[in-house]
Design a protein around this ligand. Structure first.
Ligand code: ATP
Length: 274
């Protein structure tokens, strides 16, 4: 028996305030979510319900955080899965997992007395990648099941289901997924600019003892091209350096070492994968 819940992440208490920068992406997502919340209005105007939101952008920029914040914002039941969990040797298992995921999120919403459920699928390209002629239908059963489930969503459903998917390879997606009524809202979640980097550093150092010589503005300046996940790492590594030093506060030099370490770590990873 397939068990998506084994891998599913429970809803957390992530809110939009925990996401640094990404103002445009957050606003676009909130606007889409308002359609989920105010469904009477949507019905009144005969607007087609939003069923799928696609978050695109490089790894570690906060796409998963956005999906979790979306669940909190709308008080929805939340289940998360990754595209790679649906790839199986046996035909039909992936499709069954999709079916189960929809059933489970509905059951969860009902159990919690919530009006809506959000399913987050990371790495959607693994299920919904373009196929060439060779990779045939059987393999597409998972994708077909997902499309069938999405097509079955209606505004009047109780609970209402919304899909949020993430990919960093939008160009690879099967056009069937992007058709109107499916993932037709695309929100790009980009690498943070300097201001956003400073905000992200502030979020991840809020619980840490910073020495007065630490300037997060300066750290933000020196971390051009870093993702949110890398900035979280910088904050964490700086704290580890301070602890090793038995320094009571995290000092500017600990941040300098941490920036180097995260930068170098990326370089080592890249070379190892070449
Ligand atoms: P992937 O594509 O690799 O799954 P993602 O875009 O889903 O990445 P997340 O999993 O949301 O990225 O981010 C990983 C971690 O990086 C988060 O748990 C958080 O600690 C940190 N992070 C990323 N972006 C931000 C942000 N904008 N604000 C605060 N923290 C962030």
């Amino acid at each position: 028996k397939s068990q998506p819940s084994k891998h599913a992440v429970p809803a957390s208490n992530v809110t939009f305030a925990d996401i640094g920068g990404q103002e445009r992406a957050k606003n676009e997502l909130k606007e889409a979510l308002d359609f989920l919340v105010h469904k009477d209005k949507i019905e009144q105007y005969g607007i087609r319900p939003i069923k799928g939101v696609l978050l695109t952008g490089p790894p570690g920029t906060g796409k998963t955080l956005m999906a979790k914040a979306a669940a909190n914002y709308t008080n929805s039941a939340f289940l998360a899965a990754s595209g790679s969990q649906f790839v199986e040797m046996y035909v039909g298992v992936g499709a069954q997992r999709i079916r189960d995921l929809f059933k489970e999120v509905k059951a969860l919403a009902e159990k919690n007395g919530q009006d809506s459920g959000i399913i987050f699928i990371d790495e959607i390209d693994v299920i919904g990648g373009k196929r060439d002629g060779q990779q045939q239908r059987e393999y597409d059963q998972t994708l077909n099941q997902l499309l069938t489930e999405m097509d079955g969503i209606a505004t009047s459903d109780k609970p209402r289901i919304l899909l949020i998917a993430a990919t960093n390879r939008k160009d690879m997606l099967d056009p069937a997924l992007l058709r109107p009524g499916r993932f037709d809202r695309h929100i790009s979640v980009d690498l943070p600019d300097k201001t956003a980097r400073e905000q992200i550093l502030m979020i991840h150092t809020a619980n840490k003892p910073l020495a007065s010589d630490v300037s997060l503005d300066k750290v933000a300046q020196e971390t051009f091209g870093f993702s949110g996940a890398q900035l979280e790492s910088v904050a964490n590594e700086a704290a580890i350096y301070a602890m090793r030093d038995q320094s009571e506060m995290i000092e500017a030099r600990h941040f300098a070492l941490a920036v180097d370490k995260v930068m170098l770590g990326e370089k080592v990873d890249r070379e190892a994968s070449l």
